[in-house]
Design a protein around this ligand. Structure first.
Ligand code: FDA
Length: 405
């Protein structure tokens, strides 16, 4: 039997709270639960019509709730050490234990990525059940104005009236998917209290192509192949999907977090293979077979054909001279694709950049400028790879702040 929504009653028991959490997403709910379990009187406020909207849409509706291989190396931040403390103190196993305790069945898809067998709703329900058990109050549909410092905490003007709290946790997330309730409110609050911001941009996002680059591939929309995408020293081997606007799929989403307009993006179209040795072997074994048909054994036929129409010379293998074979291999192994941009926050899974970690304690997530102010989750300049890492950061940072606030 699902628990009643924590936001059932619009009337608040009090205007004075130990902890107010702004944002009822993954990080905010976790921070609230941790603080509530310590006996703190906790209120969570969200302007959206329901809690955990991104959890609900995550993992294709099955929520990739953690990754068993989580290490700090899978996070992008101006300070790569910042995430270490929180991640070490709340591990993927801790969240798996919670999932198991709630009887939620899960499976590993690939690369340590854990998904619900059922629905993402189960994870939201888990958080709401834990929040109710910890005595946490949650209110949605609640607009909040910029908080102000009071003598012993913070004052908030909200749709529920004027509220006071000793500790204020900012868990308003990033800018990705504004239609789901994303705003830059957390950044405004951070700046108002003297925090620097690391410039934000869309991450884990499809890349767009334009002009002749788009024309050459647009009619292949829907074609998918294995690639290793490389940019600025990062490499991801996974699927690439050609879309009507450009390229997507896990390999592209991953590399998008390392790419900025003008950067050199390379795709290895024969990942894990020595292309030259393979082509030489094909030449010896099938001298009369055309290059496009040889390539079609390792990639979709239509894609192989397009490569041979535009980037490679299609001819029987025996006609390729050693330098041509060499050039063909080089292009296959580092196909340069000129992306024009990204699809932006409209479809991005995450926001890179955010509140500069320099002004925040890595142990408690408390502001070093404003005592009692905490920042958790995606609002901070900590962004994980695709694969459950972002939720693990939300759980871990929420737990760290909720244990201190
Ligand atoms: P989150 O964005 O979840 O929550 C912020 C909350 O603050 C929201 O409820 C919002 O309404 C509220 N808020 C914002 N502005 C406010 C304001 N002005 N006043 C009051 N409230 C305000 N990650 C992963 O690990 N595995 C996955 O499977 C996926 N899948 C995925 C799919 C899609 C489509 C997206 C867009 C993202 C993912 N992610 C993911 C990323 C993951 O969802 C994300 O990193 C976390 O939800 C971040 O959690 P936070 O709690 O920090 O922010």
């Amino acid at each position: 039997m699902p628990a009643a929504p924590a936001s059932a009653s619009p009337v608040l028991a009090s205007t004075d709270w130990d902890v107010i959490v702004l944002g009822a997403g993954a990080a905010g709910l976790m921070a609230a639960i941790a603080a509530g379990q310590r006996g703190r009187r906790v209120l969570v406020l969200d302007h959206a019509n329901k809690v955990g909207k991104k959890i609900l849409m995550s993992g294709g509706g099955h929520c990739n709730f953690t990754n068993t291989g989580t290490t700090p190396a899978q996070y992008i931040s101006g300070n790569p050490h910042f995430c270490k403390s929180a991640l070490a103190r709340y591990t993927p196993q801790d969240f798996i234990d919670l999932v198991d305790a709630h009887g939620i069945a899960w499976h590993e898809k690939e690369l340590g990525q854990l998904f619900c067998d059922g629905s993402s709703k189960q994870i939201v329900q888990l958080l709401l059940d834990e929040a109710v058990a910890a005595g946490v109050e949650v209110r949605t549909h609640c607009q909040v104005e910029l908080p102000r410092r009071s003598t012993d905490g913070y004052t908030l003007a909200t749709a529920l009236g004027r509220l006071e709290c000793a500790s204020l946790v900012i868990a308003t997330g990033g800018l990705s998917i504004p239609s789901m309730g994303a705003t830059g409110f957390g950044y405004e609050i951070a700046q108002a209290f003297g925090h620097a911001l690391v410039p934000t941009r869309a991450g884990l996002v499809p890349l767009t192509l334009s002009g002749k680059h788009q024309e050459r591939l647009a009619d292949l929309s829907g074609v998918a192949l294995d690639v290793e995408a490389s940019c600025n020293g990062a490499h991801f081997r996974n699927r690439m999907l050609i879309t009507h606007r450009g390229i997507s799929g896990p390999a592209i989403l991953q590399i998008s977090s390392y790419w900025q307009p003008g950067d050199d993006l390379r795709l290895d179209l024969l990942p894990g293979r020595d292309a030259l040795a393979w082509l030489q072997a094909q030449q010896a074994e099938r001298p009369g077979t055309e290059l496009k048909n040889v390539l079609a054994e390792l990639m979709p036929r239509r894609f192989a054909q397009r490569l041979c129409e535009i980037w490679l010379a299609n001819r029987p293998m025996k006609q390729l001279t050693p330098p041509q074979l060499h050039d063909t291999a080089a292009l296959l192994q580092a196909w340069p694709l000129v992306a024009s941009g990204t699809e932006g926050y409209r479809t991005a899974e995450v926001t890179l950049g955010g509140v500069d970690t320099a002004g925040v304690s890595s142990r408690t997530l408390e502001s070093q400028h404003a005592p009692g102010l905490y920042f958790v989750g995606e609002v901070l300049d900590v962004t994980g790879w695709l694969g459950g890492y972002n939720f693990q950061w939300a759980w871990a940072s929420g737990m760290a702040a909720g244990s201190a606030a």
